[in-house]
Design a binder for this molecule. Structure first.
Ligand code: CMP
Length: 134
């Protein structure tokens, strides 16, 4: 159990003006926003951020997409943060994410699935470092 996690609101959701709505869901749930930053990722930073997916067939599309516009990164603090936030965002393939989850309510995509959240303490540490957040 970790009390902090990282979320990244992806370029599709930023372009559609969903930043406020998405952040307000986490605040309403009880999370505290500890860091908040809009970032334009370089190709190098994006590859570091998604390094666990290097070599997978979707890696290039993923890097192209995440660098296609600014993202909004936030560190959230609250009880059992990593697991609770993963439940709130819904499954990776947004077409299968249930209504009420963030991906379920705002997206149909797989690469363009509106939001990323760390899936482990190790990912949280690597991802926040790649984004120069800590
Ligand atoms: P995310 O939580 O940001 O972590 C890795 C991302 O890769 C994932 O969300 C998806 O947006 C993207 N992706 C694209 N294709 C796939 C796939 N076939 N399986 C898993 N993730 C994929």
């Amino acid at each position: 159990m970790s009390d902090r996690t990282l979320i990244v609101i992806k370029p599709d959701a930023v372009k559609r003006g969903l930043v406020g709505q998405i952040l307000s869901r986490f605040e309403a749930k009880g999370f505290i926003i500890k860091e908040l930053r809009m970032i334009q990722l370089s190709k190098e930073k994006a590859e570091e951020f998604y390094s666990v997916h290097k070599g997978k067939p979707f890696f290039k599309d993923l890097v192209d997409f995440i660098t296609s516009g600014p993202v909004v990164a936030a560190i959230l603090e609250g009880r059992n943060a990593i697991e609770a936030v993963r439940i709130m965002i819904g499954s990776t393939d947004a077409s299968k994410a249930p209504p009420g989850s963030i991906r379920g309510d705002y997206s149909l995509g797989l690469t363009d699935n509106s939001i990323h959240a760390s899936d482990s303490l190790e990912s949280f540490q690597r991802e926040t470092k790649a984004l120069d957040l800590i």
